[in-house]
Design a protein around this ligand. Structure first.
Ligand code: ADP
Ligand code: MG
Length: 243
């Protein structure tokens, strides 16, 4: 069947679209201890290709630890973890190389026929074209986060890991970047795991909302509603109560 279109935003039924595909991330019984403290405790998670998943959880619940593990950056995890294809990460703290200007930070290590042009386009998409030649240390927190997002987006990954990428943005920029991430997701269909503290953001953006608690996925809600009308939808309001 053709995807439905509402208000220019394509929609589809996640449950049927995602059921059969090989997951871009497959995690079973993932455990991580720090100093005899168990932060991840037998966590199971699958992310289907093209699925947009939001991850909520209290500070210190292990969200960033899970993302680092998925990105292959943590050798200390135990359990089963497989990922498919390219992964790009926008970290909670934007990690820009301070001795390189913004543009080369974005195309650093990028495999592309014209990495500079691709990086410029990505910076323009996040509204940072004018800061391409700036030094990272002269950026505001929100600008650094957007540069970090551009660096992740330009890689056109199969799995996009976003660790609170919108937290330092002002409310207006945040809405613009939400729109950008949804647009990009609809064009490229990466699997997305978005860590956020903002329940409304999670409900607005994601197909599935997970809550991390006690080192595992403690709660899960699938959101099969069209995006444009999500904000005040009675089912979302009800769902919100359960989170
Ligand atoms: P969240 O992102 O959900 O706020 P984190 O994944 O950053 O949580 O951290 C989960 C817990 O693990 C916290 O208690 C944190 O202090 C601890 N932790 C994370 N990284 C390390 C580390 N490298 N060494 C020791 N403890 C860590
Ligand atoms: Mg974190």
């Amino acid at each position: 069947t053709e995807p439905r279109s509402a208000g220019g935003i394509e929609d589809r039924s996640p449950t049927t679209a995602y059921a059969t595909a090989i997951p871009v991330a497959h995690v079973r019984n993932l455990t991580r201890d720090f100093d005899n403290r168990r932060v991840l405790d037998g966590l199971d998670l699958d992310i289907a290709p093209g699925e947009f998943v939001a991850l909520l959880g209290r500070s210190g619940s292990g969200k960033s630890t899970l993302l680092r593990a998925l990105a292959g950056l943590d050798r200390g995890v135990r359990g089963e973890l497989t990922t498919q294809g390219t992964i790009a990460v926008a970290f909670q703290e934007p990690r820009l190389v301070p001795w390189k200007r913004v543009l080369p930070n974005v195309f650093l290590g990028l495999r592309h026929s014209d990495p500079k042009a691709a990086a410029r386009a990505a910076l323009a998409e996040v509204g940072l074209a004018a800061r391409a030649d700036a030094w990272p240390l002269t950026l505001s927190g929100g600008e650094a986060q957007r540069a970090s997002l551009a660096r992740a987006l330009v890689r056109e990954p199969d799995l996009l890991l976003l660790d609170e990428p919108f937290s330092a943005l002002d409310a207006l920029t945040r809405l613009t970047i939400h729109r950008l991430v949804i647009d990009l997701w609809q064009r490229r269909r990466p699997g997305v795991l978005l860590v956020t503290h903002d329940v409304d953001e999670a409900l607005r953006l994601a197909d599935r909302v997970l809550v991390l608690g006690e080192g595992r996925i403690a709660h899960e809600s699938r959101i099969d509603l069209p995006r444009p009308r999500r904000g005040d939808h009675p089912r979302l309001l009800a769902l919100r109560e359960t989170l």
